[in-house]
Design a protein around this ligand. Structure first.
Ligand code: PAF
Length: 280
């Protein structure tokens, strides 16, 4: 199965196939084991799968970040073929998705796009919502698959579906990690081997927070994690939040009846890495 640059070709192909459930795995390429799991899950749960590969400019608030985003299209296509030889691969040009110049829509997402990661990457989630809506409207998938590494993104997409009355169900997979604990991310490819290993401090911090959560003030936990990063020679802590799991509003003390999560972002030079885990 070759890859398609035009959605029209995919529509033609889909007309010739009989299926009950169409699954979509939206990606920006540079595929890793997290993507492998998403594509496997999609292929198991759906009798027709589309994997899209498109580095969406509207979700990048930083032009250098966009220019540096890793790409490995040939390898990606080979990998998808290995996982599911009949998966449809959509690798469009910008003009198949946007009228020029590509611009994010402006959605009312009840502010979920403006906190945590949205605070540090202005407009990022509006860009994500824009491309996800375009893909949903183009292919009308029954199911779409996302990773919990981008937990806030999952909530943004759920909000988008509700606000725009889109008829698609979201399925998630838990975060896939390297041996060191580091969450799999295409951005890990930007790091040299030793730095990539040092990046384990990100997941370690989350695990420490989880251990401390019942016995320490949240301020103390945050101080502890701040200090860990101050002592670290490589990674700079951009943020660490403890929030309620569905509203993502910050919480200041432990209540066993309220589900909470920790969110973290740390940076090595220009490379930002994010992660999150449930704390209870
Ligand atoms: O998670 C990603 O890779 C991207 O944000 C997505 C969902 C493919 C939209 O460009």
């Amino acid at each position: 199965m070759r890859s398609f640059n035009h959605s029209i070709e995919i529509h033609k192909l889909l007309k010739t196939r009989e299926y009950k459930n169409l699954g979509l795995v939206p990606t920006m390429g540079s595929l890793h084991k997290g993507h492998v799991k998403l594509i496997e899950k999609c292929s198991m749960e759906c009798d027709e799968s589309i994997v899209s590969i498109f580095v969406n400019p509207t979700q990048f608030n930083d032009k250098i970040d966009l220019a540096n985003y890793p790409q490995s299209i040939k390898k990606d296509i080979e990998l998808i073929r290995k996982i599911n030889p009949s998966a449809i691969i959509y690798n469009p040009m910008e003009s198949d998705l946007f009228t020029s110049p590509a611009k994010a829509e402006n959605f009312d997402l009840d502010g979920i796009d403006k906190i945590i990661e949205g605070k540090y990457r202005k407009g990022h989630f509006q860009g994500v919502a824009t491309i996800v809506k375009i893909l949903f409207e183009k292919f009308s998938p029954n199911l779409a698959f996302f990773g919990e590494k981008d937990y806030q993104q999952v909530l943004v997409v759920r909000k988008l579906i509700k606000k725009c009355n889109l008829d698609v169900k979201i399925k998630t997979i838990s975060t896939v990690r390297e041996k060191s604990g580091l969450a799999m991310s295409s951005r890990n490819f930007l790091l040299k081997k030793d730095t990539r290993y040092n990046a384990k401090i990100i997941y370690e911090s989350l695990c420490i927070a989880k251990k401390m959560i019942k016995t320490h003030d949240f301020d103390k936990i945050k101080d502890f994690i701040n200090n860990l990063f101050l002592l670290d020679k490589k990674f700079h802590l951009e943020y660490f939040y403890i929030v309620e799991s569905t509203s993502l509003k910050e919480v200041t003390s432990f209540n066993p009846d309220v589900k909470i999560r920790a969110f973290i972002c740390a940076r090595f030079q220009k490379t930002r890495l994010i992660d999150n885990i449930p704390l209870n």
